[in-house]
Ligand binder design. Sequence first.
Ligand code: ATP
Length: 294
Amino acid sequence: MEQRITQFLTKYVKGWYFPEMRITDVVEIIIITFLVYQIVVWIKNTKAWMLLKGITVLSIFILLAFIFQMHTILWLAENAVTVMATAAVVVFQPELRRALEKLGEKKFLTSVVPFDMNRESVRFGDETIEGIVSASFSMGKVKTGALIVVEQAIKLTEYESTGIKLDCIVSKQVLINIFEHNTPLHDGAIIVRGDRIVSATCYLPLSDNMGLSKDLGTRHRAAVGMSEVSDALIVVVSEETGQVSVAQGGQLTRGVDKEELWKRLEHIQNKKADSAGILTRWKGRLMNEKKSDK
Ligand SMILES: Nc1ncnc2c1ncn2[C@@H]1O[C@H](COP(=O)(O)OP(=O)(O)OP(=O)(O)O)[C@@H](O)[C@H]1O
């Protein structure tokens, strides 16, 4: 294979210099390309994008200082590097944690190392999707605000504990009832794990993403914040406009329609839930719990 590549190159691209290439070099290039791409996507989707812009401006400034031999500025820059690197790690701790968690989620890792062999094949049923979609749009019609967090692989126990514990099957009626104005559970977010609502009135972390539209209030900021620190999909219904939006991976898609929301939920539906979850908590329907009327 390697010989054939070399022969081809020497035959058709004469006069060019090609260092000897082994298969491992090709694999290495592919891995590095993939890593660089992932880092660029990560930077683009987090506040690291702002940092990158700042670093670029600073680098240009230092380059100018170097060209014009401004020794004091160069000395300051040299000594500030370690402090700035430490500060960046502290500031970007949530993003770095999220990036490492994401690495652990990757399918290739689980296919190489079978960590969880007894996994469920479906995270939640179609009735749950139906319940979330129809409740969201019904609430949107009458401008009832709602915040629904659909948990994925990363367990949201720390956020669950900020709210009131629940244990009931997701249905359109239950969701509408929870978010009804002036009821004890309407404030904050609910967390959906599998087919069940496990907590209501939960407090979510607010995003400090400067790029978010200024007309968005704390409900939408909380949705984006939650999606920055976890892999959850968050459905937001605006009390002001009745619009249904979806936050995932730090990105907010505003004004989705029924089909789009259904597709987004369906996309995460078939990602497998981990076996530990199955052992410690039941997420599906109990024998005597019937499907709700739609
Ligand atoms: N950190 C949070 N965690 C969970 N829920 C929150 C959080 N912050 C605000 N909320 C919810 O959002 C409501 C306030 O929404 P606000 O009007 O500020 O946001 P908004 O994004 O403009 O949404 P809307 O379009 O519905 O008005 C609160 O009553 C509360 O239910």
